[in-house]
Ligand binder design. Structure first.
Ligand code: MOS
Length: 738
């Protein structure tokens, strides 16, 4: 029995629950100095004066970095590097303020307390020349423009003849869906410890991409990437905000350079609302035309979202609309408006989360309009091939997700009328939505090494965001080596290890596993070759295909008594580890197939008929994500996605104060993510169909699909319960009070 797919406990679990796991801010260095950021209190304008001297001379003061005292960077800190690795940063190179809560100074002191006090004092000395900011999305929407591209994808699409289709059909839906600003808020805030050793920089940085940070910081500072080592074995949640290099990381490096000391900088929770990205709000205009039998003739999805004044970043909400249903005539577009806010960024299933709410709400509205079962409407328009480019799917079992999900949920108990499933004072509603996310893969490298002490190691410069990369890669390496799981140690989170991509876009498992497997397979082959060539080995002279490695032993398949432990073989041959490095990358399979994961999400909501309070009594979700490499971590990951989906449906919103361009709930007390008491039954099923084309493990990623479709399923259930269609997230009780 192979260890792949097994519900193996986290290999780093013990380290985490005993506090041994070191996160970025847990590291220290001799002579460590502490930095605290000071951020702007206006949204637009310039800094007239800052009294740095009075703060620097405070007890414990070390350095105050302002636009006047910060080191000058090549080209003003602007590089031609592209996101996600680098963004347009604020590095104290000029006096401009472009958004509220933007870095304007760094206070470095002997202790965190002194730096915090210094930052408070410095804040009060800043004089601004303020200009009127433009932060109103609603007022600016009419001047939206089309971005040149969206990370390599076209902003608009069309197929068939949308204008003709929009005139046909018997049922016509025309609705606008809106989603709010949201911020990531991982438990672990962004944190950096910067330490120079001569010309070389080491960063302990909480990041989803160690090599991306290394490259970006090197570029901004005008040094070589080999001079910047980024270390990050543990991440306390990323969700996309740690997928790019942001200002504070470079500012920490600059402060360390200027003070000649190691410097630690941790963002305060309110500082997470502005300078490190967020999910922008969206305005999504939907039109659907359908025939009475449910055949969809035409669909339009036009998205507008805000970005900053200095960088285009698009919430790609309509991308899944291009892919999900077999609609012959379709047009989609994405437009931006520039506001005096920080630049938005990737936030778990960026685009698919907001987009699936609109698409799946619109499908539900159309089903009611046609007097059709919402599930039947989806099955009626099932896309057997990818409908935009007409490619076959690499693998698609969405129909099974619908069927199995409906059975488990008890969808057949649903009565069609809204408000028809009332139980006393509780309005009960059932809703369904489709989940989907693209299956991405990039180049990755890994090393595997078998040691004379009977253990083996494998490593890759990938990351574990708390999701299980350590565990899954240990399984992959152990399986390919033929070693017991507890004899294999996996290392990650270090830019000096073989390169792996950013842990974003749900791509780590699909990208890194093939590299780890290949390196381990090559190391095993070297081990076997060594045994065959060694006259002292019981396997001497055997052919390679006759020798297997199992439980750390080399064994003759035809005569199991001819065997020896790998450790004995290596020890006898000088004790030098046997190692192999390998790279794995996608071939041209993307030319021939479309790669997506799918799921079906069913939700039961209970709405208090008098008070409008909404609770999600049950979510049943079934996913088709290719082979799962660890049933336990996969289940947790998907369940976490559903939990977040419940939050995005009911509670989550960043409240932007339009007078000041500042988020007014920048803390965990008022930014409402679900807590345990908000969550009831969640039933996750993962289908068991390997993807034959994504990679040789058949594994697509699962990081983001879990959040998709959830808000749609809940919104649809709320409509079924109450008869009130809420097209604006989050669905709070005021919106369902009839
Ligand atoms: Mo994910 S939003 O690409 O970290």
């Amino acid at each position: 029995m192979t260890v792949l797919g097994q519900p193996v406990d986290r290999t780093d679990g013990l380290a985490k629950v005993t506090g041994q796991a070191k996160y970025s801010a847990d590291y220290t260095e001799p002579k460590l100095a502490h930095a605290v950021l000071v951020t702007s209190t206006i949204a637009k304008g310039r800094i007239v004066s800052i009294d740095a001297g009075s703060v620097e001379s405070m007890p414990g003061g070390v350095l105050v970095m302002t636009h006047q005292t910060a080191m000058r960077l090549p080209d003003g800190g602007v590089t031609d590097a592209e996101p996600p690795a680098v963004r347009v940063l604020t590095l104290l190179q000029d006096d401009r303020v472009r958004y509220n809560n933007e870095p304007v100074a760094v206070v470095v002191a002997e202790t965190l307390e002194a730096a915090t006090e210094g930052a408070h004092r410095l804040q009060k000395t800043i004089r601004y020349e303020a200009a009127e900011p433009n932060v109103s999305f609603n007022k600016t929407k009419s001047s939206a423009y089309e971005p040149e591209q969206m990370m390599g994808r076209q902003a608009s699409s069309s197929r068939g003849d949308i204008s003709a289709a929009l005139r046909q059909g018997t049922a016509h839906l025309d609705a606008v869906y809106t989603t709010p600003y949201e911020h990531h808020n991982p438990m672990e805030p962004h944190a950096t410890l910067a330490h120079w050793d001569g010309p070389d920089l080491t960063l302990h940085d909480s990041t989803q991409g160690v090599s991306g940070v290394s490259n970006a910081v090197a570029k901004v500072l005008g040094i070589r990437a080999e001079q910047v080592r980024v270390i990050c074995p543990f991440v306390g949640g990323g969700f996309g905000c740690k997928g790019s290099t942001w200002s504070h990381t470079v500012l920490a490096a600059m402060a360390a350079k200027q003070t000649g000391r190691p410097v630690r900088l941790v963002l305060q929770r309110p500082q997470m609302f502005g300078m490190v990205g967020n999910r922008p709000c969206t305005d999504q205009h939907f039109q659907i035309f359908a025939q009475t039998d449910g055949t969809l003739n035409g669909m339009r999805h036009d998205v507008i979202s805000p970005t900053s004044t200095f960088e285009d970043w698009t919430e790609t909400s309509a991308l899944i609309t291009r892919k999900l249903y077999a609609v012959p005539n379709q047009a989609t577009s994405h437009k931006l408006v520039k506001l005096d806010l920080g630049t938005p960024t990737f936030m778990r299933a960026p685009g698919e989360t907001s987009g699936s709410f609109a698409l799946e709400s619109a499908m539900d509205e159309m089903a009611y309009m046609l007097d059709m079962d919402p599930l039947a409407l989806r099955i009626k328009n099932y896309a057997e091939t990818e409908p935009q480019d007409n490619k076959p799917w690499s693998s698609k079992y969405l129909n099974d997700c619908y069927r199995i999900g409906a059975e488990k949920f008890g969808w057949s108990r649903r009565t069609a009328q809204t408000r028809s499933m009332r139980q006393g004072n509780v309005l009960v509603g059932y809703g369904v939505a489709t989940a989907t996310y693209p299956a991405n893969r990039s180049q990755a490298s890994a090393i595997a090494r078998v040691l004379a002490d009977g253990t083996a190691m494998a490593a890759s410069g990938t990351q574990d965001l708390g999701t299980g990369t350590f565990t899954v890669m240990t399984q992959v390496a152990a399986d390919a080596l033929g070693f017991p799981l507890d004899k294999v140690h996996f290392q990650l989170g270090d830019s000096s290890l073989p390169h792996a991509p950013v842990s974003g876009g749900s791509q780590s498992v699909a990208s890194v596993s093939p590299a780890v497997r290949e390196a381990a397979t090559q190391a095993r082959a070297k081990l076997i070759a060594l045994a065959i060539a060694d006259s002292a080995s019981p396997l001497s002279g055997a052919t390679a295909d006759r020798v297997k490695v199992e439980g750390g032993w080399l064994i003759d398949r035809t005569d199991a008594s001819r065997r020896e432990p790998a450790a004995a073989l290596i020890a006898r041959n000088g004790g030098k580890p046997i190692e192999a490095t390998a790279s794995a990358e996608p071939g041209d399979e993307k030319k021939n197939y479309a790669f997506h994961s799918f799921g079906a999400v069913f939700a039961e909501v209970h709405v208090d008929a008098d008070l409008g309070t909404i609770s999600v009594a049950k979510v049943v979700a079934v996913y088709d994500v290719g082979n799962v490499l660890n049933a336990k971590t996969a289940h947790s990951q998907l369940m976490g996605g559903v939990v977040w989906g419940i939050g995005s449906a009911l509670t989550e919103v960043s409240d932007l104060d339009l007078r000041y361009g500042r988020y007014s709930n920048g803390n965990l007390a008022e930014y409402h993510v679900p807590v345990n008491a908000d969550i009831q039954a969640i039933d996750i099923t993962v289908l068991d169909h390997g993807d034959p084309y994504i990679n040789e493990l058949g594994a697509r990623g699962i990081g983001e699909i879990g959040i998709t479709g959830v808000a749609g399923a809940i919104a649809n259930a709320v409509f079924h319960a109450t008869g009130i269609r809420v097209r604006d997230l989050p669905i709070t009780l005021d919106k369902v009070m009839a």
